[in-house]
Design a protein around this ligand. Structure first.
Ligand SMILES: Cc1ncc(COP(=O)(O)O)c(C=O)c1O
Length: 406
């Protein structure tokens, strides 16, 4: 089957966070309150991690059929749901999971918040590796815990984990949990099995529980191999919770359905208890149907999607090399989020924001959001039709070129 990823699908007016909400310098507001949202002058949103592509046809068909049924009562996922998930994990990652290990949540971020509430007492500490997905900061601090930063090391145009620092910081008995972002948003690394093994061994030796956020695990570029943290050893499986979801892979984040995989019975019971206390049990009717259809029938679509994203990435790399060589694009090993070093422009964060958001009308995620380690960088979401990406890059070229002395 062919899929037309080039087709621009209007999303304005669909209550889309990406397209209907914009930043006005104070916070997020409905785009009507902002600058132009239609026509050539519209603001292009390449920020939040959802895609401007339709989900696989089989998912849409399954959801339509479910909608046709017309009764949307309380819903629970059954054997057929688990079978699809178990099969996906086995065929893609060689990981054999059991259905009783899986707990559904309305999202990965909400699950991580519940994990902090469950496993980290106020005043205790959680380790993260900035620059990193910014909701991790809130998940820790909003729940009374303290952030411990194991900053990634930038060598050339690739980031690496700092294992000496990790060993030193996890030796603090107050550090109870480490959140691994694998693949890593925003820097696009797919951690190797060796890196994950060293990370896991250090955490295990220091009795630090690993939360492996693997939401981007199906979005892997040619030449890279994803390893699920818990597949490395039984000891890692018992000392971890793996967060997975079909939401990034098949563009279903609005269906609010994610799967937490928790083989350790004690961890599972404790997590479920907090979920219950928060009243978070029960499935989303459409989330369950969409997830099952995606895992059962989405494979071919995903292969083509990855090829499209990869060609968008090469288009971007070539464009910037030709027109804006002062910007450095990082290798994209996984995710559809491209990390770009804009420090050579010599602009402070505010001026860069002014330039991109107000002049170029480009809504990117500024690097500073991911921690001070991201100062001077921008994150581009390239999961959009090529024409939108091309327009975004042309706008960047235009405002940056105008900065330079004639
Ligand atoms: C690493 C990572 N985790 C979690 C999420 C969000 O997950 P959810 O929408 O399921 O809360 C994202 C979305 O961008 C992400 O990049």
């Amino acid at each position: 089957m062919t899929y037309n990823f080039d087709k621009e699908i209007k999303r304005i007016g669909t209550s889309s966070v990406k397209w209907d909400y914009q930043k006005n310098g104070i916070g997020m507001v409905e785009s009507d309150a902002c600058d132009a949202k239609h026509g050539a002058d519209r603001l292009l949103p390449l920020w939040v991690a959802d895609m401007d592509f339709k989900s696989p046809p089989a998912v849409i068909e399954a959801l339509k059929a479910r909608a046709e049924h017309g009764i949307f009562g309380y819903t629970k996922h059954g054997d057929s749901y688990f079978e699809a998930l178990i099969n996906w994990m086995d065929t893609h990652y060689g990981r054999q999971i059991k259905k009783e290990w899986v707990i559904l949540t309305p999202g990965v971020v909400s699950a991580i918040k519940i994990m902090v509430q469950t496993f980290v007492a106020p005043g205790e500490k959680v380790l993260i590796q900035p620059p990193v997905y910014y909701p991790f900061f809130g998940a820790i601090e909003e729940n009374g815990a303290e952030i411990v930063r194991n900053e990634l090391i930038l060598e050339g145009n690739r980031y690496f984990m700092d294992f000496d620092d990790l060993a030193q910081k996890t030796a603090d008995p107050a550090v109870k949990m480490a959140i691994l972002c694998s693949p890593h948003n925003p820097i696009g690394r797919v951690w190797t099995k060796e890196e994950l093994t060293r990370f896991g061994e250090i955490c295990l030796a220091n009795d630090v529980l690993v939360i492996s956020d693997e939401i981007h695990c199906d979005l892997i570029m040619t030449g890279h191999t994803f390893t699920s943290f818990a597949s490395i050893s039984e000891a890692f499986a018992q000392n971890s919770i793996v967060c997975t979801a079909p939401s990034k892979t098949f563009n279903l984040p609005g269906l609010k359905t994610s799967n937490m995989i928790i083989p350790n019975r004690n961890l599972r019971l404790a997590f479920s208890k907090t979920m219950e206390r928060a009243g978070l049990m029960g499935g989303n009717t459409f989330g369950i149907v969409g997830t099952e259809a995606a895992y059962r029938h989405g494979e071919e679509w995903l292969t083509k999607l990855l090829a499209y994203i990869e060609s968008n990435y090469h288009f971007m790399v070539d464009y910037l090399a030709e027109h804006l060589p002062q910007l450095t694009v990082f290798p994209l090993e996984g995710t559809y989020l491209v990390w770009v070093d804009c420090r050579a422009l010599g602009l402070d964060a505010e001026t860069r924001q002014e330039l991109f958001l107000k002049e170029a009308k480009l809504f990117l995620d500024e690097g500073e959001l991911f921690g001070p380690e991201g100062l001077g960088f921008e994150r581009f979401n390239i999961a959009c039709p090529r024409a939108i990406l091309a327009e975004a890059l042309a706008r960047m070229k235009s405002v940056i070129t105008a900065l330079e002395p004639a």
